[in-house]
Design a binder for this molecule. Sequence first.
Ligand SMILES: Cc1cc2nc3c(=O)[nH]c(=O)nc-3n(C[C@H](O)[C@H](O)[C@H](O)COP(=O)(O)OP(=O)(O)OC[C@H]3O[C@@H](n4cnc5c(N)ncnc54)[C@H](O)[C@@H]3O)c2cc1C
Ligand code: SF4
Length: 813
Amino acid sequence: MKRKLVIIGAGMASGRVLEHLLAAEPEGWDVTLFNAEPRGNYNRIMLSPVLSGEKTYQDIVTHDDDFYAQHKINCRFGEAVVRIDRENKVVYSNEGGAPYDKLLIATGSAPFIIPVPGHDLPGVITYRDMDDTQAMIDASDKPGAKAVVIGGGLLGLEAAAGLKARGMEVAVIHLMGHLMERQLDPAAGYLLQKDLEARGITVHCKGATKAILGTDRVEAVLLDDGTVYDADQVCMAVGIRPEVRIATDAALEIGRGITVNDQMVTSDPDILAVGECVEHNAQLFGLVAPLYDQAKVVAATLLNKDAAFQPVQTATKLKVTGVDLFSAGDFADANGREDIVFRDPARGVYKRLVIEDNRLIGAVMYGETGDGSWFFGLIKDGTDISDMRDTLIFGPAYQGGTGADPLAAVAALPLDAEICGCNGICKGTIVSAIEGGATSLADIKAQTKASASCGTCTGLVEQVLASTLGDAFKMPAAQPMCGCTDLTHEDVRRLIKARELKSMPAVMQELGWKTSCGCHVCRPALNFYLLADWPEDYHDDAQSRFVNERNHANIQKDGTYSVVPRMWGGMTNPRELRAVADAADKYDIPAVKVTGGQRIDLLGVKKEHLPDIWADLNAAGLVSGHAYSKGLRTVKTCVGTDFCRFGTQDSTGLGIKLEKRLWGSWTPHKVKLAVSGCPRNCAEATCKDVGIVCVDSGFEIGVGGAAGMDLKETERLAKVATEAEAIDLTVAFVQLYREHAKYLDRPYKWLAKVGLEWVQAQIVEDMDNRAALIKRFDLSQTIYQRDPWADRATPQARADFAPLADLTKEAAE
Ligand SMILES: Cc1cc2nc3c(=O)[nH]c(=O)nc-3n(C[C@H](O)[C@H](O)[C@H](O)COP(=O)(O)OP(=O)(O)OC[C@H]3O[C@@H](n4cnc5c(N)ncnc54)[C@H](O)[C@@H]3O)c2cc1C
Ligand code: SF4
């Protein structure tokens, strides 16, 4: 007598179960197959080629009417099961019941929908089944239609590529910093983004959806940062969760999925579960490979044979024609793990292997993935790779590969790429000079003027010489930025501009970084260079900052912090002082000190109190004094004409104006200013980065002073007649320093390299350049002049600052 098997869900997993079961015991089962979709089993993973037009629905059907008829399967398609009566062993849809001896739940997953306003508007869909796919195909019929895909993971990107292939204008909104962050590291994510953008898809990373806009149907998507993308269709592909509703109602044991044992049996011995709806040993599944293994075990269990499900490693590929990526295993940074990285910027190739205890544990590859399955095999087998370590990255067919060429980045530059920004000399001019007989840096300087001004392009000019002359040119030893690259800071800065590199992964890939994600030396520097050069395109990366800048306060030797509110030009008032005093009382501050920059320092603040003390000080109108940052610290002033009988100008007023203009800007190192009302110089302006000494006839502006490890008097930049000009020159000087200095060089060190004359030529004599620098500074300020205390005095920040770890172990700046 046939046993009754009822299956809920005609998906990929249950399709495999049927094949194994009916092959082994064709006459043993009386099968009823329910499916909520109005169709039978098809290859869900091939929906993307259907969407892009490369396949049709008929091409992806895995079990057709003949199969069901041949096995006398009672198909109840379009009928969702709504209840399981475990006591009487019957399942019910709204159309009626079906009794079972054994029940198999194979309900897959339900797509997650972000509950933002407008998520239920017509035109907002998920990407899970043929109906969704058809809805997207239909939407693409409208000429000029626009689609927004929320989610830059595997599904979202396949949807985006498919919609683009159908002629829609597509934007992908992704919450995280890079695409497919669960499968790819930032370097591979960058290459993927570049490829997608080259296809005309807009990619918006770090984008949080705030609302979906529209009246009768979707019209646009609004992000937290205010960006609006027009949309005729919105596809949410932000994740899935196991579809467990009927199992929950039936009181089966549920974790995140339906709990099954190694035999795929649920907490009810007559009910099995398979596929994405299950949870096995606290693990969920989202790719078909493990589901197919589960299907074999389900069939064996139903046949009373021994079998146990053992999850195996899975690898990911993106099914977008022309995009080659591969990712397998674990590639998170952790102690004891090492990376082997290979980059070929010219071909857009990136490969990274992660090794632990002489075993390959993760692999990420982009652009060239032919060896993916070989690496995957090494991961799965836990092969000891000690013997092939040196050549491992070149794959199984390696026959004597060579390391990456450090000159490749410069060699790849087009001839019209600008090398010497000061004199507007491009690579082609230098190459022509070399072809005309120039063999040294001195020859190039004399013949082309390249590197003859500020000198920051010297390294690049030498590399052009080396790549053009080959062995005939001996490269002088230059100090590379760090172990991740052979390029100097100056080279990197120039190349970031010349090649318009606007993200950290872009810099690392295109300049051939030797590590996957950089190190504690290059990341803060790159973060600064990128935000200084591309304020509108690059987003500051807090993780690439020193601890003080991350916490917006200076860590002290006992692990507490110092908090310094800004006091414009050193001026304060009773209300501010009361707020400071109240904060000192309330938070039990052990020490309150007036600093050399005329500010009040609250010392000994506990980390967990930081957000609250900031909120209290904010309430009194006080903002962060940035006493911890590589940015404007203080503008010290004397009382000037307001109170002093020697005062020649309003030095306090000028100091306040300067501070209000410059605060919040990031600079290569800290910047301190002072304004003295007369040459008696009570504000000690002549040892500051910029020091202004007022005189009867105007303002004497000095730059490049120092009063720390080095002691140095400022050099006279210019004397100007008006306060407005003094402000302009100061702003232009700060911007010139931001755009050209090496990270962690104070202005006096940078000035020593480029020379005062060069700076004067740029901002005193060249009025157009001065104006352009000021414009770029002001543009940057529209983005970066924000009070970080106000930004961080939130419930989320309070959680971040809660005491979790031993603070004294955090590296100080
Ligand atoms: C567009 C797309 C691309 C993908 N690409 C890949 C890939 O490249 N590689 C990869 O490994 N994986 C991929 N996947 C994931 C893969 O498709 C899933 O892992 C797999 O389909 C899960 O199989 P399943 O049988 O558990 O669930 P499903 O295939 O989802 O089947 C479940 C079925 O159960 C039905 N159902 C649910 N509840 C009920 C109910 N109460 N009553 C009746 N029926 C019900 C559903 O309608 C559905 O038809 C992709 C998925 C999608 C959507
Ligand atoms: S610098 Fe001159 S103006 Fe300023 S306080 Fe001193 S004496 Fe007075």
